[in-house]
Design a protein around this ligand. Structure first.
Ligand code: GDP
Ligand code: IMO
Ligand code: MG
Length: 430
């Protein structure tokens, strides 16, 4: 048994989709454990590009089982549409290869309405959310007012719980935010359609995962977002509402922490961030613009331009420590081609003092000045590199220094969006 967790070490969009798709070849199960359709994971296979939001990135491999774990929040409308679109494109999706945890919570229309209302309220704190209802859905889970995928199997019970849950929502929507009331009946009607489409996939995924683990099957855990968006350990309040960290793997899928054998930290060769919040190494200049254009840094989910900046080793080191990352997958190294010099932030200076951690206070982080080491850039096209030795020495020096700074080894370097544009330095599943 080898169970590998794929974790985003930065602010998301590190290329988790590509890497999970690649590693699925050697695995038996691919499990999403948190987040919802705020995630946008892109897979490129030849001329085909797939943007996945809820369906795990292993789905292109028909003989593997894709699991949407209990820690995920599911917008049924989006999931049904995603399944239909994938099927139209010839991807086989059946109750045999896609399983949805009965414990996964549902994102309902009032969650989306509240997300939007809060983001535009004059008295609120704009987070720059994806507007998908993620925060409000996790709030309901914590306040024990949530509806779960399993509730779709008993529509009378669904209605009872919904009627209870919607009272507060409508009060907030109408009196505080001046929005229209949402009628429970319209949701009950929709739920019949959701139930018909999704019931065949709803299962006890805890048992499936436990059985797979006990019988020596290999499990790949697919994170969404990244460590700095973690609700506990990220740049709060500019975070998402779940735990994209390794701790989230155990709770969000139903596996003992000791059964996670390896943790692969995804590191984009520079940094990007979507939405509000401090970003010490952000480049608001021509270099940032160039990285955004060459790297096509526009959101997979919302299309928003991603803020871009230099690689921040303080951020990556925090992820390595917090998540027990033993291996790194460096992605999008090809994007840095043609820059005269490259920089890695090794630490920050905060009010005259050197610090090598991400401060918890957002105002401190906003004041933290990154201190850089500078490296020579490279000019060669590296998309054809298939071993570390194929990389220009400047690129290797950059990667070597990163591994030294953060204390983890390189398992893989991605040099383009395609499956074969990858350097493997370590194989997880033998
Ligand atoms: P995720 O959210 O972590 O799965 O990442 P996204 O899919 O949102 O963003 C990564 C983007 O970069 C996608 O469009 C990928 O196709 C693309 N990509 C992944 N790896 C590479 C790479 O090594 N080089 C280049 N140029 N693009 C890559
Ligand atoms: P993947 O899985 C990048 C960001 C949003 C916003 C904050 C909170 O593709 O890496 P939310 O809608 O979750 O309440 O928004 O989190 N965010 C992401 N940024 N990649 C993602 O997912 C993200 N999912 C959420 O932009 O700043
Ligand atoms: Mg993404």
């Amino acid at each position: 048994m080898t169970n590998v967790a794929v974790i985003g070490t930065q602010w998301g969009d590190e290329g988790k989709g590509k890497v999970v798709d690649l590693l699925t070849q050697g695995a038996n199960l691919v499990v999403r454990f948190q987040g919802g359709n705020n995630a946008g994971h892109t897979l490129v296979v030849g001329d085909d590009t797939y943007a996945l939001h809820l369906v795990p990135s292993g789905i292109l491999h028909p003989d593997k089982t894709a699991v949407i774990g209990s820690g995920v929040v599911i917008d049924p409308v989006v999931l049904i549409e995603e399944i239909e679109n994938l099927r139209k494109r010839g991807v086989a999706i059946t109750p045999d290869n896609l399983k949805i945890s009965e414990k996964a919570h549902l994102i309902l229309p009032y969650h989306k309405a509240l997300d939007a209302a809060r983001e535009s309220a004059s008295f609120g704190q704009k987070i720059g959310t994806t507007g998908r209802g993620i925060g409000p859905a996790y709030e309901d889970k914590a306040s024990r007012l949530g509806l779960r995928a399993g509730d779709l199997l008993d529509l009378d019970g669904f209605k009872e719980k919904l009627v209870r849950a919607i009272v507060e929502k409508n009060h907030l929507l109408t009196t505080l935010y001046g929005q229209a009331k949402i009628e429970p009946d319209s949701i009950v009607q929709s739920a019949k359609i959701w139930a018909a489409a999704l019931s065949p996939f709803i299962a006890n995924t805890f048992l499936i995962i436990q059985k797979a683990s006990k019988t020596g099957r290999h499990i790949l855990f697919e994170g969404a977002q990244g460590v700095q968006l973690d609700i506990d350990h990220g740049t709060y309040p500019f975070v998402t509402s779940s735990n994209p960290t390794t701790g989230g793997v155990a709770v969000g899928s139903g596996i003992a922490p000791r059964d996670i054998s390896s943790v692969l930290g995804l590191v984009k060769a520079y940094t990007s961030r979507v939405g509000e919040g401090p970003f010490p190494t952000e480049l608001v200049n021509d270099i940032g613009e160039k990285i955004r254009n060459v790297g096509r840094e526009f959101g997979t989910t919302t299309g928003r331009p991603r803020r871009c900046g230099w690689l921040d080793a303080v951020v990556v080191k925090a992820a390595v420590e917090l998540c027990g990352i033993d291996w790194l997958a460096i992605t999008k190294l090809d994007v840095l081609k043609g820059l005269d010099e490259l920089k890695i932030a090794t630490h920050y200076v905060l009010e005259g003092e050197k610090i090598d951690y991400v401060p918890a206070s957002i105002s401190d982080l906003a004041k933290a000045e990154p201190v850089y080491e500078t490296f020579k850039g490279f000019d060669q096209d590296i998309t054809g590199a298939r071993s570390l030795a194929d990389l220009p020495k400047e690129a290797r020096a950059y990667l070597d220094r990163l591994t030294e700074l953060v204390g983890a080894k390189i398992a893989l370097v991605s040099v383009g969006p395609e499956r074969n544009q990858t350097i493997f330095a370590h194989r997880f599943f033998q």
